[in-house]
Write a protein that binds this ligand. Structure first.
Ligand code: NAG
Ligand code: NAG
Ligand code: NAG
Ligand code: NAG
Length: 571
């Protein structure tokens, strides 16, 4: 372990202490780690980040536990970041008896009682938890039943906006490569999806679309090649695929707004719908982008019917960036009579089409309304795209309900970030564990329901959470130092998503994981390599014993530290 590269010995000492504790608890044993390197930690106002420079960045080769081994990968508020411990079935029961005397006295009934007081997910719950006796360690049962299977995982990803492309362009090639690898290589967090705007979005230096000129030109006579900004993006994506050794990058291309001449209000923002005479032109616009990307050897995997359609109808008051308004009735006509047939009759008929691409509160009514206008229109949809922003107020059951009404559609979260609300810091809280915890909890809750994957918002932002052409700054998992252009900071947010994306690859199937707890939660998967991956979150401010009972392997006990996230991988 070498944490002294940045001369921060206190943190190095703290890490060593933590590792020592882990050693005691877990029969610590590091896996062979050819491609692994450690986090270079730095304390920040809100917590701790891992710093990457051109010379150093942290990676973890995926643990491949053998038959009786268990790999425990841990991150904690105290400072663990993807720390690997090796346990094994059988052995553990005798080796982790440290505080069983008290812990085993806390039975499930006690736990349920205290859980009722605490309304799980909000931060005020933490305050309540704080008042309970911190010295009494809890012991919680987690039952994993492999024979109960749920949805299949399609993958995880982030957004490649104009801002992301711009920030990457500021950096030395080596540091850029660390960003690509950290996200998309299997030694990073193993993303396989990427969402990119067709034209501009708010995270860009200015609003733009293809064929802004000439106006009133349904033939799109000026849309013959990619915009220079997209040519740069495509080069960056090629590099991303190369350094990440990624064959199948699933690109979802989404438009925020049409050129202004296609809109009823003639502006980028405000109440503006697509003029009906341009319905075919707007479908052709999507096909044109798919063709031009394919010509650059960067095939588009999916499109959506457009980003946040309600912004251009009802939320124009709050939203000052590019948008195109749709109501379900109009969108049903456009999809059924124009976009759907245009794509399905083309060479690119296999490109997936996702619907809605807006908040959970519009589910399922959006689709019910579309179906009422054009029965059969929903057959054009392969997937449902959901944004996370109001998840606290609208339960994931709305998505389950929609999936029951529209079976067989892939459900992806297609946008998520923190810092958009009036009561939040509009920009990074560099190093904040709490933001990571909030994020991890929402991903976990959604995966416990019907979601097949998750695409985050901007892969990187600068220290202010921008640039954004209307100053709609927010947080991101990785922050670029745009001042010295020599450092990037991996926030807890990065590892919180990584605890899922890295260890739950495409093709994994969710299996049953039951836990009677609100502040400690779990979700489990059977991976294509037949190993089980259990993601476990401890939001309590104290350590917890988890008794994991797998339907095939039997029981192990794991002591997890206060405020920590884990992925447990075993055969
Ligand atoms: C769509 O409409 C048909 C009747 O035209 C109805 O049978 C079906 O349940 C509707 N589907 C949804 C999701 O509303
Ligand atoms: C970015 O780099 C500058 C110059 O080295 C430094 O002063 C600043 O603190 C760094 N920003 C962050 C967020 O660490
Ligand atoms: C697992 O689920 C199956 C199917 O519901 C059930 O038959 C079996 O008893 C369960 N196994 C355990 C160990 O709970
Ligand atoms: C694990 O759960 C099963 C099914 O509930 C139970 O029969 C078994 O006794 C449990 N194993 C242990 C070691 O508690």
């Amino acid at each position: 372990m070498n944490y002294t590269r940045d001369g921060n010995r206190d943190i190095a000492k703290m890490f060593n202490k933590l590792l020592f504790i882990l050693l005691l608890c877990f029969n610590y044993n590091k896996f062979t780690a050819g491609a692994s390197s450690d986090c270079m930690p730095r304390r920040t106002k809100y917590g701790l980040v891992c710093v990457c420079t051109a010379e150093h960045c942290d990676y973890l080769e995926n643990p491949q536990p053998s038959s009786n081994e268990i790999a425990l990968i841990s991150s904690s508020k105290e400072g663990l970041r993807f720390a690997v411990s090796k346990l094994s079935f059988g052995e553990i029961n005798t080796k982790t008896q440290t505080n069983t005397e008290t812990s085993l006295k806390v039975d499930e009934e006690d736990f349920k009682n205290s859980a009722v007081i605490v309304d799980s997910r909000q931060t005020f719950a933490q305050l309540l938890l704080d008042t309970t006796d911190r010295l009494t360690s809890r012991s919680l049962k987690l039952r994993v039943n492999r024979s109960v299977e749920y949805q299949k995982i399609a993958g995880f990803g982030g957004a490649f906006t104009g801002t992301v492309s711009h920030l990457l362009g500021l950096l030395d090639q080596k540091l850029q490569d660390h960003i690509y690898k950290s996200y998309y290589h299997k030694d990073g967090v193993g993303f396989n999806m990427l969402r990119t705007p067709i034209g501009g979005c708010d995270f860009d230096l200015a609003p733009w679309a293809y064929n802004e000129e000439p106006r009133d030109d349904p033939k799109l006579s000026n849309f013959k090649k990619l915009d220079p900004r997209d040519e740069i993006k495509v080069e960056q994506m090629q590099r991303l695929k190369t350094v990440s050794d990624l064959k199948d990058l699933k690109i979802m291309a989404v438009a925020w707004s049409s050129p202004t001449w296609m809109k009823t209000n003639g502006r980028w923002t405000g109440i503006g719908l697509l003029k009906t005479e341009y319905y075919q032109a707007w479908a052709d616009y999507h096909l044109k982008f798919i063709e031009l990307m394919d010509a650059k050897n960067m095939p588009v995997w999916a499109i959506s019917t457009g980003n946040e359609p309600l912004n251009g109808v009802v939320f124009f008051f709050f939203v000052h960036f590019m948008s195109l308004g749709w109501v379900p009735k109009n969108q049903a006509i456009w999809l059924n009579d124009f976009l759907g047939p245009t794509i399905r009759k083309s060479k690119y008929k296999n490109v997936l089409i996702f619907g809605n691409d807006d908040q959970r509160y519009s589910y399922p009514s959006w689709f019910v309304e579309m179906n009422r206008t054009r029965p059969g229109v929903l057959n054009y949809l392969d997937g449902l795209a959901v944004h996370w922003y109001w998840d606290d107020m609208f339960a994931p059951n709305l998505i389950d309900l929609t999936v029951r009404q529209l079976p067989g559609k892939m459900v992806l979260n297609t946008e998520s970030c923190i810092g958009d609300k009036p009561w939040q810091t509009h920009g990074p809280e560099l190093g904040s564990w709490e933001r990571g915890e909030y994020f991890a909890r929402d991903i976990l809750h959604n995966l416990q329901h019907s979601y097949n994957g998750w695409i985050d918002w901007n892969l990187v932002l600068d220290e202010q959470g921008g640039p954004n052409y209307v100053n709609n700054n927010v947080d991101a998992s990785v922050i670029v130092n745009a001042t010295n252009r020599a450092e990037i900071y991996k926030q807890p947010l990065f590892y919180s998503m990584g605890h899922f994306s890295k260890f739950v690859p495409e093709g994994s199937v969710r299996i049953e994981a039951r836990m009677l707890s609100l502040a400690v939660e779990a979700v489990a998967f059977k991976r294509p390599d037949q190993r089980i991956a259990v993601v476990l979150l401890n939001s309590e401010k104290r350590a917890v014993d988890v008794l994991l009972n797998d339907s095939v392997r039997g029981e192990i006990k794991i002591n997890i530290p206060a405020q920590s996230w884990h992925t447990i991988v075993y055969n």
